[in-house]
Design a binder for this molecule. Structure first.
Ligand SMILES: Cc1cc2nc3c(=O)[nH]c(=O)nc-3n(C[C@H](O)[C@H](O)[C@H](O)COP(=O)(O)OP(=O)(O)OC[C@H]3O[C@@H](n4cnc5c(N)ncnc54)[C@H](O)[C@@H]3O)c2cc1C
Length: 436
C-alpha cells in the first residue's frame, strides 16, 4: 500500500519510505534492477502482499513489487507440478490449479499472499501430517545479490534449494517457483463447540482427530470453537451465498469488528464481549473445494504473534497462556488460534525437525498488546519456541540461533548469495545478524 511514497503493511503497524518502488515484468528486469541498485549503493527488498506483521519487507532502499511477474509458466500434469512466477497470489494460484485439476496440499487462513512472500516466512496451515507451504516448493529461480540468475532444485544447486525455500527475503529475489501440487480435492468441514479443558486433556488425540484440526479460544470463556477439515472425494455442498455472506462477512468481520471497537473503547466490557463472541460461534458443516475451505476473508485489522513449540508441549503452553490472559490489565479482544503441523528439513523453517503445535495470539489494532505478547513470548522461550518470521516477536539472532540446528548452513548460503548484504534491512539485522 503506497501513499505519498509511504509503504505500509496490511495491519498498518509497519511503514517505510523506499527510494523508489519498481514493478518489473521479467526475471532479466529484476536482475538489472538489482545490479543498478548495487552500483548506486542502495539496498533492495521485495514486498509481496504486505501481510507480514514484522518489518521484514520494509526498506529505505529500492522496493520491488512483483505484481506484474505473476503468470503461470508451465503445467506438468504428469508430475502434478506447476511453475509460476513469484508474484502470483495464492488465490489466483488456487483458481489456476483448479482449472487443471490440481490443488495445493494445504493452506493457511487467507489466500491473498504472494507465493514467494508466503514461503519466505514459512507460512503454514494446520494438519499433523502436512508441512508448511515452503515444503511444497521443488524448484526456485532466484536473482542473487550480484544480479546473477540461479535455478535450484534437489538436483541442481541443491545446497541453495535446501535453504532458499524459507529465506526470510535474505538470500535473493525469488522470481519463479515450481510447486509440487496434489490432485484437486474437496474438504468436508465441521465446526463444533467444545470445552477447552477436554481438548487440552488429549491434545495428541485432537491433533490426529482430522486431516486438518484447529481451534479458536476466546480468553475469559470455557469453550472453544473447533474446526476439523477432512479430505474427501464427496461432491461439493457449499453454503448458499446468503449463508456465506452471513457467516464470513457479517459475523466474522462486520459484527466482530464492531464489538472489537467497543471493547477497545470500554475495556471493562471485555468479559461480556468475550462471552458474546464465544456464544455467537455456531456448529456448521459443509463440503467445498479445498482452497475455498482453507481460506476466509479477513477485514478486521489486528496485530499478531505466533509461536511454534514441540507438539508434546502444546497443551502446557496453551494452559499457561490462558493463565496469563487472566492477569493482563488490558483485556484480549481476539481469540487465540491453535494449530499443528508436520516436521520438515528446511534450515530456517519454523517446523525444522519437529512436529509443531502453533499458538497464535492477536490483539485488535490500536489496543495495547505489548505486555500480552511479551508475556506469551516468555512462556514460549521455555519450550524453545520458534516465532513465525512474519508475525510480531522480540527475538534477536542471539536468542534464535540455538533454536535452529542448521543456522550455520543458512549463514553460509547467505554469505555466498548476498556477500554485500544488499538484501539486508533492520529486521534481518536483528534476527539474523550481519552477513558472515
Ligand atoms: C490476516 C492475516 C492472516 C494470516 N494468516 C496466516 C496463516 O494462516 N498462516 C501463517 O503461517 N501465516 C499467516 N499470516 C502471515 C502471512 O502469511 C505471512 O506474513 C506472509 O509472509 C505474507 O505474505 P506476503 O505475500 O504478504 O509477503 P510480505 O509480507 O510482503 O513479505 C514477506 C517476506 O517475504 C519476502 N519476499 C516477498 N516476496 C519475495 C520474493 N519474490 N523474493 C524474495 N523475498 C520475497 C519479503 O521481503 C519479506 O521478507 C497471516 C497474515 C495476515 C495479515
Amino acid at each position: 500500500m503506497a501513499d505519498m511514497g509511504v509503504v505500509r503493511n496490511w495491519a498498518g503497524n509497519e511503514a517505510c519510505v523506499p527510494v523508489r518502488v519498481e514493478r518489473p515484468r521479467s526475471t532479466d528486469e529484476v536482475a538489472s534492477i538489482v545490479r543498478a541498485a548495487r552500483r548506486d549503493g542502495h539496498r533492495v527488498k521485495v514486498i509481496g502482499a504486505g501481510h507480514s506483521f514484522t518489518p521484514t519487507a520494509m526498506t529505505a532502499g529500492v522496493m520491488l513489487s512483483l505484481e506484474r511477474l505473476a503468470a503461470v509458466r508451465d503445467v506438468d500434469r504428469e508430475r502434478c507440478r506447476v511453475t509460476v512466477e513469484a508474484g502470483i497470489t495464492l488465490r489466483t494460484l488456487g483458481d489456476e490449479l483448479a482449472a487443471v485439476g490440481m490443488a495445493m496440499p494445504n493452506l493457511g487462513d487467507i489466500n491473498v499472499q504472494s507465493i514467494a512472500g508466503a514461503i519466505n516466512t514459512a507460512t503454514h496451515g494446520t494438519g499433523r501430517t502436512w508441512g508448511n507451504i515452503a515444503t511444497t516448493i521443488v524448484g526456485i529461480e532466484l536473482v542473487t545479490g550480484e544480479g546473477d540468475v540461479v535455478w535450484c532444485d534437489e538436483n541442481e544447486r541443491a545446497d541453495v534449494w535446501r535453504v532458499a525455500r524459507v529465506g526470510i527475503g535474505a538470500l535473493g529475489v525469488i522470481t519463479a517457483v515450481t510447486v509440487q501440487c496434489v490432485p484437486a480435492f474437496n474438504l468436508h468441514a465441521r465446526e463444533t463447540i467444545e470445552v477447552l479443558d477436554d481438548v487440552l486433556a488429549d491434545i495428541d488425540g485432537f491433533a490426529s482427530s482430522a486431516d486438518h484440526a484447529e481451534f479458536f479460544w476466546m480468553p475469559g470463556t470455557r469453550r472453544c470453537q473447533v474446526k476439523r477439515n477432512e479430505r474427501t472425494d464427496a461432491p461439493a455442498k457449499p453454503p448458499g451465498r446468503l449463508a456465506y455472506v452471513r457467516d464470513k462477512y457479517v459475523a466474522e468481520n462486520l459484527a466482530f469488528g464492531l464489538v472489537c471497537r467497543v471493547g477497545r473503547r470500554f475495556p471493562t466490557l471485555a468479559p461480556r464481549i468475550a462471552k458474546a463472541v464465544a456464544g455467537a460461534a455456531s456448529e456448521r458443516e459443509l463440503i467445498d473445494r479445498s482452497d475455498k475451505v482453507f481460506a476466509s476473508p479477513r477485514h478486521v485489522r489486528f496485530v499478531e504473534m505466533e509461536y511454534g513449540v514441540p507438539l508434546e508441549h502444546l497443551a502446557d503452553a496453551v494452559d499457561r497462556v490462558r493463565h496469563l490472559t487472566r492477569t493482563l490489565s488490558f483485556p484480549t479482544l481476539f481469540p487465540i488460534e491453535v494449530r499443528v503441523s508436520a516436521a520438515d528439513d528446511i534450515a530456517l523453517s519454523t517446523g525444522y525437525g519437529r512436529e509443531s503445535g502453533w499458538i497464535a495470539v492477536h490483539q485488535y489494532i490500536g489496543a495495547p498488546y505489548e505486555a500480552y505478547f511479551q508475556g506469551v513470548e516468555a512462556i514460549m522461550d521455555d519450550y524453545a519456541g520458534r516465532p513465525h518470521w512474519g508475525k510480531m516477536h522480540f527475538q534477536t539472532a542471539a536468542t534464535l540461533r540455538d533454536r535452529y540446528p542448521e543456522w550455520e548452513a543458512f549463514a553460509t548460503a547467505r554469505a555466498e548469495l548476498d556477500p554485500a548484504g544488499i538484501f539486508r534491512n533492520d529486521y534481518l539485522d536483528r534476527v539474523l545478524g550481519p552477513v558472515a
